[in-house]
Design a protein around this ligand. Structure first.
Ligand code: GUN
Length: 308
């Protein structure tokens, strides 16, 4: 039987470990503070932002929401970011993506002070990651490393395949695995034979956003399969293909008319050594790592302040 890698358990352990650190910061003067910027009206982003704010409330992290209109331009966004950069009570700034199309996303992300960049998207933090130096790391890939560590899955000397080369997940994921001494292959849309590359791997991380792309021919009985995909499925034909051998999931889809699915086909599960389910695998870790980065940013800022 494969091991189900339960992201909620790992999340709970991480959040519990943050509590004494937050208490200590409060005892020294104030709670960590996170500013979340959500521009325009994107239904999915609104749900994510609500969860992030709720996580802050549950932990005792101060948070505030900024909601520029759909018509916001780059200059207005830059002005907002500059004002947050200067606020002593704000340790972390998160700009929820995607931004409205008229906004220059790169300029906005570059404007976030690197020490407050809790998403790890600033080129300075990306550079620190490439060089293997301390910095704020992208949340989802860091969460994957936490799952591997929690379940004591060996990484050093193992062969890891990352499918997907996005700046948010694929590239930082490959670098984190490399720094943990894995031999890393990155597959993408132009890779000749992704299944063959994956079959040779000990660890497969699927992060390209294609429901059910990873099928049983991608894995071996020793594969650890990490599914970063989160797609909102409404097409009954796709649901029927994905859930042919998962009648309870098909029943739920029929009832609700929708399902959240990953990049890994459920038929993979009985054929591998361990896997993260969707939902309940990698997803819960993203917010936990955001909280972790916010606490880390607050600790570092406090330390820098005390040294000055
Ligand atoms: N949109 C989708 N994923 C993310 C993320 O991890 N961070 C931000 N800021 N926006 C996102």
């Amino acid at each position: 039987m494969p091991v189900v890698l339960d992201g909620k358990k790992v999340r709970d352990a991480i959040l519990a470990s943050l509590e004494p650190r937050i208490r200590k910061l409060k005892a020294k003067g104030r709670a960590p503070g996170l500013a979340v910027v959500l521009a325009g009206n994107n239904a999915a982003s609104e749900i994510y932002v609500r969860s992030k704010i709720k996580a802050c409330e549950d932990l005792g992290i101060y948070s505030e929401k900024h909601l520029p209109l759909d018509t916001v331009d780059t200059e207005e966004m830059l002005f907002l970011i500059q004002s947050l950069n200067q606020r002593p009570d704000i340790d972390g700034i998160l700009v929820q993506l995607p931004l409205p199309p008229q906004v220059n996303t790169q300029r906005v992300l570059m404007a976030v002070a690197a020490e407050k960049d809790v998403d790890g998207f600033h080129p300075m933090n990306v550079g620190h990651l490439v060089a293997g130096r301390d910095g704020l790391r992208a949340c989802t890939p860091s969460g994957v490393m936490e799952i591997l560590a929690h379940y004591r899955i060996p990484v050093s000397g193992k062969h890891a395949v990352v499918i997907g080369r996005s700046d948010i997940v694929g590239k930082p994921m490959a670098l984190l695995l490399l720094h943990a001494n894995a031999t890393v292959t990155i597959c993408h849309s132009k890779t000749a034979n992704v299944a063959e590359e994956c079959r040779r791997a000990d660890i497969v991380v699927a992060a390209m956003g294609k429901p059910g792309f990873v099928t049983p021919d991608f894995v071996s009985p020793r594969s650890v399969v990490i599914d970063v995909g989160t797609s909102h499925l409404t097409d009954p034909a796709v649901a029927a293909a994905l859930f042919a051998n998962a009648p309870e999931k098909m029943d739920s889809f029929r009832e609700k008319g929708k399902a959240v699915v990953g990049d890994v086909h459920p038929d993979v599960y009985p054929r591998c050594a361990a896997y993260t389910p969707v939902p309940g695998g990698v997803g819960p870790l993203t917010i936990a790592m955001l909280m972790s980065n916010t606490v880390l940013a607050a600790e570092r800022r406090l330390q820098a302040y005390q040294l000055n």
